[in-house]
Design a protein around this ligand. Structure first.
Ligand code: GLY
Length: 386
């Protein structure tokens, strides 16, 4: 029997999602302004999260109108699969939570085809010299981005693992594991914090430089980057059973837990110099907590038996603090506020973010005993998780 707050959080999410079926509808929300989601193009990296919330909801409620809306959203993304110049490594986020989720829950063959096409395009971004997945295309602005890798990519590799599992072709999983090993070597610091971006020489594979990206500075500690690493490395471990992936996921989780012990909502960067102006830098990022919570809950299922309760409790506590301190007013479309999208660009500060809402939904459903296996493929059957 779930605790009272856990049930209340599920009721809260389902009531807002019901309203959002019409308020957001067939749009692709990204961040809120005055409580209303601003919409993005279907090719933006956040396109999968609203349909992903809907697939979580459908899994729990079995309402056909919810699945129908999720499928309408996915249909708007279909043309992109024939226009890869518009896509980047975030195809993982985008099609895991749309086509792959639909295939997982409905077994529809068109959904499987879409997810495999996305996985094939993602595999095409693998650079064998550097053994990494190239993050962006040159349309992102920089002159040559063929050597840029970002920590967020760890969430995208699950689509590759799934594709190998589905087709029996090992190439997707081989690339995913080589990429994860590169992440382990170049991104995860000894203390458990992570680099956001590394720039490689795309012909030789050598590291050119490490960059601050969405964090405060090169050697700072962007909290959402830590969260992507926790969940992504735990997923890589769940597919490969390579102990170094679980060890790294746990190390980053320990660091995250230590830096969020007494706070309602984590800061957007854990390493802002103490003498900087508080009002300028002191922004929260609820999305980091929601993502890290889901990662901790997964580590809680994968870790040695004597360590499981620690991570399950940590993930639960992060979600409880979000429910108590970050949920929004009744007329606000976001499920949780206090997210920070991109501090260096000064965009979407202290607001609702659709990916924060997604991972909050996924985590709260898990605490209610309703697990989806979108990130984990067929290795977990739904029944064994109840
Ligand atoms: N993938 C970009 C971000 O986490 O903001």
């Amino acid at each position: 029997m779930a605790d009272n707050w856990v049930q209340a959080a599920k009721t809260y999410i389902e009531a807002k999602t019901e309203r959002n079926l019409t308020a957001i509808g067939t749009g692709f929300p990204h961040a809120t302004k005055a409580g209303k989601y601003q919409l993005a193009e279907p090719q933006w990296w956040t396109a999968g999260f609203w349909p992903g919330i809907l697939w979580n909801n459908f899994h729990a409620t079995k309402q056909q109108k919810v699945a129908d809306l999720a499928q309408k959203l996915e249909k708007q993304m279909d043309p992109l699969l024939r226009d890869p110049a518009k896509l980047d490594h975030d195809m993982g986020f985008m099609w895991t939570l749309t086509s792959l989720a639909r295939y997982d829950l409905t077994n529809d063959s068109t959904a499987k085809t879409n997810a495999l096409l996305a996985a094939t395009l993602l595999l095409g971004r693998f650079n064998s010299a550097g053994q990494y997945l190239e993050a962006w295309n040159s349309w992102q602005g920089a002159a040559d981005t063929s050597g840029i890798v970002i920590i967020d990519s760890m969430m995208n590799v699950s689509l590759l693992y799934w594709a190998s599992e589905e087709t029996g072709d090992p190439r997707f999983a081989v690339a995913a594991t080589q990429h994860a090993e590169t992440i382990l070597r170049e991104f995860i610091r000894d203390d458990g914090s992570v680099h956001h971006m590394v720039n490689f020489n795309s012909e030789t594979g050598e590291v050119i430089e490490k960059l601050g990206g969405q964090g405060f500075a090169e050697m700072s500690s962007w909290s959402r980057g830590c969260a992507w690493a926790i969940y992504g490395l735990a997923i890589a471990y769940s597919y490969t059973k390579k102990p170094e992936f679980l060890a790294a996921a746990s190390k980053v989780a320990d660091y995250f837990i230590l830096h969020t012990l007494d706070v309602a909502v984590p800061l957007w960067d854990f390493r802002i110099p103490a003498n900087t102006a508080k009002t300028k830098y002191d922004y929260p990022d609820s999305s980091a907590a929601a993502i890290a919570a889901c990662g901790c809950l997964l580590i809680g299922r994968l870790a040695a038996p004597e360590e499981q309760a620690f991570y399950t409790k940590a993930g639960t506590s992060l979600l409880q603090r979000l429910f108590e301190h970050a949920t929004t007013a009744a007329d606000d479309q976001a499920l949780i506020g206090h997210g920070t999208g991109h501090w260096p660009e000064q965009t979407n500060l202290d607001t609702g973010l659709i990916y924060g809402d997604y991972f909050f939904t996924e985590g709260i459903y898990q605490l209610n005993g309703i697990y989806n296996t979108f990130w984990l493929g067929g290795q977990w059957d739904h029944e064994s998780l109840q």
